[in-house]
Design a protein around this ligand. Structure first.
Ligand SMILES: C[S@@+](CC[C@H](N)C(=O)[O-])C[C@H]1O[C@@H](n2cnc3c(N)ncnc32)[C@H](O)[C@@H]1O
Length: 203
């Protein structure tokens, strides 16, 4: 990705005209990877499960959580237009807005993003890639913020185009690749290229 992908101005310009776009994979495909992990991560306590999506952009992933019965979903993005688009995408499908949309920088997540309650599952679809354009320190800041906001037993599921996205020192997570999504080939002889879906559990 060109270096501009970490800049808010880049996303602002895109979202002026872009109302719906899916990076790396459809929400349906990403959800099919996430779904098997949801019960174990979210049903170990009595409270309704809390989910956090980082860098929601103009993706409709949150709608898949709502359709699956998960309503306590907080979507954050540092670009206010993305937050507006997210609400519009929910309203277009359900006729109302029940999930949360918050303007926030994922590299500067304080503790208690959501009234001091932690999240059972944090997800991002290629937001790690955009943030990593700002360097490894930005990625580590993002990782520490996620760590601070994860409930006990919770985990982070991240989809990236990179096979070495989390090969960084001092990452406060154990990392496992849980799925590889093959990318379309132009010619049959083209090499196999995969997007990588990571499960990150606090160390
Ligand atoms: C590659 S796009 C992915 C969007 C969406 N998740 C998808 O799958 O289509 C990256 C998104 O992350 C947002 N983003 C980038 N850096 C961010 C940061 N530091 N804090 C919050 N959002 C950020 C951008 O505004 C953009 O919406």
């Amino acid at each position: 990705m060109p270096a501009d992908f970490e800049k808010q101005s880049y996303w602002h310009e895109r979202f002026v005209s872009e109302t719906s776009f899916e990076w790396l994979a459809s929400s349906e495909e990403f959800m099919s990877i996430i779904k098997p992990y949801l019960p174990a991560l979210t049903h170990h306590h009595d409270n309704p499960p809390k989910i956090l999506q980082l860098g929601s952009g103009t993706s409709d992933l949150q709608n898949y959580f709502r359709s699956t019965g998960y309503l306590d979903v907080t979507n954050i993005d540092y670009e206010p237009l993305a937050i507006e688009r997210g609400r519009q995408l929910e309203e277009a499908v359900f006729g109302d807005v029940k999930m949360k949309y918050v303007v926030a920088d994922t590299t500067q997540l304080g503790r208690g993003l959501s009234h001091n309650q932690s999240f059972d599952m944090v997800v991002d679809k290629s937001t790690v890639d955009a943030v990593s354009c700002g360097g490894q320190e930005a990625l580590l800041r993002m990782a520490s913020g996620v760590r601070r906001n994860l409930a006990e037993g919770g985990a982070w599921i991240s989809l990236s185009y990179s096979s070495s996205r989390f090969d960084v020192d001092q990452l406060p997570f154990d990392v496992e690749v849980i799925a590889k999504i093959p990318t379309p080939k132009l010619k049959e002889t083209d090499p196999d290229v995969y997007h990588h879906c990571y499960l990150l559990r606090p160390k």
